[in-house]
Design a protein around this ligand. Structure first.
Ligand SMILES: [Fe+2]
Ligand SMILES: [Fe+2]
Length: 294
């Protein structure tokens, strides 16, 4: 109980600075690239699957730039929440580790998540308000409430595997050279976080209650994917002055949303297969948890 209260405090804190000595130590230990991002220039419309969306193409140059800025910042806002949560996650897993070497591993991961978080902080400048971000709230809830084995599966196998795909896409299409190195570093660190989760997770070690919990949380996560690009639609809607239902449908068609969301759901299925999570996968499939909801 004390443990979850501690985690809750850890995940909800927003205060950034510490005292002068601490700041100096961090300055020495962390690399300092001040990327000065041109958010609108980081990724183009095609990189957000908007290159064929007529509502966007016919908007003014200013509106298109505002959309690109908002979407790029959105990627970093989400990454801020993920990397921040990653520090608390690694700390919890370190305390729950079953061997000293496993504890070393999670202590190293915690330091990597701190470096990732530091980079994202530098990119964004001001801390974002993520209190209404459903995915970040879900992630925080998971880190507070899950036991070690469901965490191995949901966070390391599924979410860090999913994150790898996300960061790889960001890196591949990124137009600003100064972002490539830090994104590449995050990608290779996350590959090890995911890989260790794959090797440590054994489905048959889950207790009945852990299995039940894992299925519930995975269903909740899959529901957020199955509804399609809702966040992106919300961004477009706010910049384009309100889209009708027919216009929204046209946007989804022009951006191949069905194809893209199907690819994501298949990727998630593939991650579960890689972890030999046969029962979890079978139960989720029996509940039609991978079918589209739009
Ligand atoms: Fe990370
Ligand atoms: Fe990670």
């Amino acid at each position: 109980m004390l443990f979850s209260a501690t985690l809750e405090n850890s995940l909800s804190k927003t205060h950034v600075p510490s005292n002068r000595e601490v700041e100096q130590i961090l300055t020495r230990k962390l690399s300092h690239i001040a990327p000065e991002p041109d958010f609108a220039g980081l990724w183009d419309l095609n990189d957000h699957r908007l290159g064929h969306v007529s509502q966007v193409l016919s908007a003014s140059q200013d509106t298109r730039e505002a959309i690109l800025t908002d979407l790029a910042q959105g990627r970093f806002r989400e990454a801020y929440g993920i990397e921040k949560a990653g520090m608390s996650f690694a700390a919890k897993m370190s305390l729950l580790a079953q061997s000293l070497n496993e504890q070393k591993l999670y202590s190293l991961f915690a330091s990597e998540e701190a470096a990732h978080f530091h980079f994202i902080q530098a990119v964004l400048g001001d801390p974002p308000d993520l209190s209404k971000d459903p995915f970040i709230q879900f992630l925080n809830e998971l880190i507070i409430s899950a036991e070690r084995r469901p965490l191995l599966f949901i966070i390391q196998v599924v979410l860090e595997g999913w994150g790898l795909d996300h960061y790889a896409g960001m890196l591949k299409s990124c137009k600003q050279a100064s972002f490539k190195g830090p994104l590449q570093q995050i990608l290779s660190d996350e590959a090890a976080h995911h890989g260790s989760g794959l090797s440590l997770f054994q489905e048959d070690e889950l207790s009945q209650s852990e299995l039940k919990y894992t299925l519930e949380m995975m269903s909740a996560f899959l529901d957020m994917v199955r509804i399609g690009p809702v966040g992106l639609m919300h961004t477009l809607d706010s910049h384009l002055g309100g889209l009708t239902t027919a216009q929204k449908q046209a946007v989804l068609t022009e951006m191949d949303a069905v194809e893209d969301t199907t690819r994501k759901l298949n990727l998630l299925k593939g991650l579960m297969q890689k972890a030999q999570a046969k029962q979890i996968l079978a139960e989720l499939e029996a509940k039609s948890a991978f079918t589209l909801l739009f």
